[in-house]
Design a protein around this ligand. Structure first.
Ligand SMILES: Nc1ncnc2c1ncn2[C@@H]1O[C@H](COP(=O)(O)OP(=O)(O)OP(=O)(O)O)[C@@H](O)[C@H]1O
Ligand SMILES: [Mg+2]
Length: 282
């Protein structure tokens, strides 16, 4: 485990030591994976959107997931976040956050509290509010950052907003209404809002759709800079963006027809015949 992730856990008061009792809200990553899906099947009227999907993401990893339209990538994120679950759909299998948090037994709001942050494709920022206020609002309900019942942002919260502005490259936009930002800036702001909640696992679904090439590379830089702060799963069709995130050694998962078709470095999966046939050769 790297130092930053270790410190994050120490800050939240927990321990990942083997044989110790886990505190609520602490993700036990002592065995490696932060996320583990086993034999997950999701059926819509008999159609298998996910078909015995088995996949795991290591603690601290930035995993890219690619695959054709309809492969089940968004459905997978829906299952992880509880949007689709045994309560509202035909779902089977196991989904675990760390060793001990069984996400299949939890509701969507409860899962949001476990430290999973999700970025949907369209930016959802508060357009009328300034960038700074958007980041402040993102911490509402998170008692760590507010010092009194009247919910005044503490000094620590202020610092955190400044850090997040720097991280997302939005320092110069801090006092502009979010509605005036470019598409790429709005996407970075929304990621900043998620970061204010200190997620341990960030899920991003097609974050660069609609972005210019320059905005795309800015986002790659931002996500690469988050390594060591949280684990990430990024679904994307933009291959240059995926290459910028995966590098030479990062693992990429190819999903097709609800299962893992291939997994390995980007170069390796791009050479696999079945990947060329089902995805790249389109
Ligand atoms: N609520 C639903 N009801 C019925 N079918 C659904 C539902 N949600 C998803 N599907 C179907 O499940 C399959 C997988 O969809 P999903 O959106 O997960 O694919 P995807 O890999 O995210 O594709 P894309 O790259 O186009 O975003 C598709 O055939 C889709 O039509
Ligand atoms: Mg999708």
């Amino acid at each position: 485990m790297n130092a930053a992730l270790g410190a994050q856990q120490a800050e939240s008061g927990g321990t990942t030591g083997l044989g110790r009792v886990m505190e609520p809200g602490v993700i036990d990553v002592s065995h490696g994976p932060i996320l583990y899906l086993e034999d997950v099947t999701v059926q819509f009227d008999g159609f298998r959107a996910l078909n015995n999907l088995t996949l795991s993401i290591d603690h601290g990893e930035l995993r890219c997931v690619i695959g054709p339209n309809g492969a089940g990538k968004t459905t997978m994120m829906d299952v992880i976040t509880g949007k689709t679950g045994p309560r509202n759909a035909n779902v089977s299998g196991r989904v675990f956050l760390g060793q001990s948090i069984d996400l299949m037994r939890m509701t969507e709001p409860k899962i949001a509290q476990t430290g999973i942050g999700r970025k949907f494709q369209k930016p959802t920022v508060f357009e009328q509010h300034e960038v700074w206020e958007n980041l402040e609002l993102a911490t509402k309900g998170d008692k760590r950052w507010f010092t009194s019942l009247r919910a005044r942002l503490g000094a620590q919260g202020h610092r955190r907003i400044e850090e997040t502005l720097a991280l997302t490259g939005l320092e110069d936009e801090a006092y502009r209404p979010a509605g005036l930002l470019s598409h790429g800036q709005k996407q970075r702001l929304e990621i900043g809002m998620l970061l204010m909640q200190q997620p341990q696992l960030l899920l991003l679904d097609e974050p660069v759709a609609g972005m210019t090439d320059e905005e795309t590379m800015q986002l790659a830089k931002l996500l690469n800079s988050l390594r060591g702060t949280c684990s990430m799963m990024v679904v994307e069709h933009d291959m240059e963006f995926v290459a910028a995130l995966a590098g030479d050694a990062g693992k990429v998962t190819v999903l097709a027809e609800g299962s893992v078709l291939a997994e390995g470095t980007l170069d390796a999966v791009k050479r696999e015949e079945r990947v060329i046939e089902s995805y790249l050769g389109r």
